[in-house]
Design a binder for this molecule. Structure first.
Ligand SMILES: *[C@@H]1O[C@H](CO)[C@@H](O)[C@H](O)[C@H]1NC(C)=O
Ligand SMILES: *[C@@H]1O[C@H](CO)[C@@H](O)[C@H](O)[C@H]1NC(C)=O
Ligand SMILES: *[C@@H]1O[C@H](CO)[C@@H](O)[C@H](O)[C@H]1NC(C)=O
Ligand SMILES: *[C@@H]1O[C@H](CO)[C@@H](O)[C@H](O)[C@H]1NC(C)=O
Ligand SMILES: *[C@@H]1O[C@H](CO)[C@@H](O)[C@H](O)[C@H]1NC(C)=O
Ligand SMILES: *[C@@H]1O[C@H](CO)[C@@H](O)[C@H](O)[C@H]1NC(C)=O
Ligand SMILES: *[C@@H]1O[C@H](CO)[C@@H](O)[C@H](O)[C@H]1NC(C)=O
Length: 497
């Protein structure tokens, strides 16, 4: 008995520990495609990308079967068109759980049911059955003894919050107060999370010019463009954090607390029509790689600093059959044949090691004949989305060489290559890179993979801080992206100090 109790305590400790830093990144898998890959092909893409969390919009049984024993954690969805049936009948709900959840557990690690999607804002006539459907499904889980493994929630649109900024004054549209009260009470009672679809892309494109693009893409703001909530004095570094905080404050305004938020959709389209210039590969890559970095750093928002924000990127594939404007069809990171449109790293970057043992004596360096703008792009990519450790090429550090783009890019390319080669990273960088066995290390500037040992204490004497292309910061993309310096809407000016 004693030892059993001891075990329970250890288990509890472990659970608490992992939830304190357990932010995860997942991806949504929409399937409105003319040539959808097979479930097995989808799972092999997920595995190759080391993606461990997915959200399905339905409970496709082929997909759930293919996900069995994959170690991938799954949110299944009740599509909006099945909501009415389930919300009106406990037995329909029990049947749904039996066929789509119980039949696959434990081989398939289903942990959440997302009931409908943005129900209140997209199919308001089904609003009254939303919470009953959630309750019926939960009762069915309870009856099947699955209520500890599987939780029930329902993704809400940011459109539920008419005014997001400043976050401290945000509230849900009061037309929905009665239902939101029931919804929040249900989440509270069942210890489930609030699911939020937070899409800065829509806010940015709708309110063109109010907020700078850097703010939306998690890039550094100009010093005179800080975005501050005047009531709390919280400094918002990016729109994503402000949106999540707006939802926390909206929950608080209905007198609920202690309900964590999972972001069930956020992303950026890589292509759009002629009138959608912000939907492009550069922005999609910047947004998605920076959201991964943001989430995996484990921190919360300014108002909830210790609550990390598990997040699902929207989405795995471009969905060519989705209705709407061109950008709607282009939120995917991959096209149907499995080709990546741009390269993201989903794993936990801090865990990768710069010194892959097999690579000692092999280096990835910049081709000195490469075009300098292509090198600049490669360098930005390596230090930004590629997550190379670029500390050593900052001004004042041993490998910094003012105006020597080839030297800087070589360091960054090589660091990236050594970190990622074991998991498929390549030495390419838009054809500006090549491998060599000649060790580029010099003085105290030691490249990953070098057999040279010793410390890198001193700095070389030739440092000129403030080079032509500026310090190599992790997010130096900003320099080549549109910069909105004038914030045009008077009502927002007070928040920009
Ligand atoms: C399912 O996922 C949860 C949450 O990540 C994890 O704690 C659990 O160990 C997983 N179960 C299995 C069988 O993999
Ligand atoms: C609030 O929701 C109601 C009902 O859907 C809608 O008619 C109204 O326009 C919304 N108000 C705002 C400010 O969005
Ligand atoms: C929340 O609680 C405060 C203080 O108890 C009360 O004044 C307020 O009316 C409550 N608000 C709601 C929406 O229930
Ligand atoms: C994590 O992200 C938050 C929000 O963007 C930021 O304030 C914080 O400095 C980051 N922490 C680390 C360790 O990078
Ligand atoms: C995959 O599709 C893309 C665009 O549709 C195309 O450019 C590429 O060549 C295809 N790749 C393969 C391996 O079929
Ligand atoms: C370096 O770049 C030049 C110009 O683009 C190209 O001709 C050459 O083949 C490249 N060298 C290597 C080793 O890739
Ligand atoms: C990055 O490199 C610097 C030395 O250049 C080192 O001190 C630091 O620990 C490295 N950081 C990580 C996260 O590897």
């Amino acid at each position: 008995m004693l030892s059993e109790k001891w075990e329970t305590n250890v288990l509890l400790l472990i659970i608490l520990f992992s939830s304190a830093s357990g932010a995860s990144i997942g991806i949504n898998i929409g399937t409105q495609m003319s040539n959808l890959p097979s479930a097995a092909e989808i799972v092999s893409i997920l595995k190759a990308q080391q993606i461990q969390h997915v959200r399905l919009f339905d409970a496709d049984n082929q997909m759930l079967k293919a996900l069995a024993n994959s170690g991938i954690e799954v949110i299944v969805g009740v599509p909006n068109d099945q909501l009415l049936q389930i919300g009106e009948s406990q037995s329909e709900a029990a049947d749904w759980i039996k066929k789509n959840v119980a039949a696959f557990i434990p081989a398939t690690n289903i942990t959440y049911i997302a009931v409908g999607n943005e129900v209140l804002t997209t199919i308001p006539n089904a609003a009254l059955v939303l919470v009953p459907a959630m309750k019926f499904l939960h009762s069915a889980l309870l009856a099947a003894n699955l209520n500890f493994q599987v939780k029930v929630s329902s993704p809400q649109s940011m459109d539920m919050i008419p005014k997001h900024f400043p976050p401290s004054t945000a509230t849900f549209n009061s037309s929905w107060n009665a239902i939101m009260n029931q919804y929040l009470q249900f989440l509270k009672n069942t210890e489930a999370s609030f699911m939020l679809n937070a899409q800065p892309y829509y806010s940015y494109t709708k309110e063109q010019g109010i907020f700078p693009l850097e703010y939306v893409l998690f890039q550094p703001l100009k010093p005179n463009n800080q975005i501050v909530d005047p009531n709390t004095n919280f400094d918002y570094l990016n729109m994503f954090d402000a949106m999540v905080d707006a939802a926390y404050y909206s929950i608080k305004s209905l007198n609920f607390s202690g309900i964590p938020i999972i972001v069930t959709a956020t992303g950026w389209p890589s292509q759009g029509g002629a009138s959608e210039p912000d939907a492009n590969i550069d922005n999609a890559l910047a947004y998605n790689s920076n959201i991964i970095r943001r989430v995996l750093n484990g921190s919360g928002t300014p108002s909830q600093p210790t609550t990390s924000i598990s997040t699902y990127i929207h989405e795995l594939f471009n969905e060519d059959l989705r209705p709407g404007v061109d950008s709607e069809k282009n939120w995917g990171v991959f096209v149907a044949n499995g080709t990546a449109l741009y390269s993201l790293t989903f794993g936990h970057l801090a865990e990768t090691n710069a010194d892959s043992i097999g690579l000692v004596g092999l280096f990835c360096v910049a081709n000195f004949s490469a075009d300098s703008s292509a090198l600049k792009k490669g360098l930005d990519w390596a230090c930004g989305p590629g997550s190379a450790n670029c500390t050593a090429i900052q001004p004042g550090q041993p490998c910094y060489e003012a105006n020597n783009l080839v030297a800087l890019a070589s360091y960054a390319y090589n660091d990236y290559y050594h970190r990622t080669q074991a998991s498929g990273g390549t030495c390419n960088f838009g054809n500006t890179a090549m491998t060599t066995t000649t060790d580029p290390s010099h003085g105290s500037c030691i490249f990953a993979g070098s057999s040279a040992s010793g410390s890198s204490a001193g700095t070389t004497g030739s440092l000129t801080p403030g080079s032509a292309f500026g310090p190599v910061a992790a997010f130096s993309w900003a320099s080549r992206l549109q910069v909105v310096s004038t914030l045009q809407v008077a009502s927002l000016l007070p928040f920009l100090v």
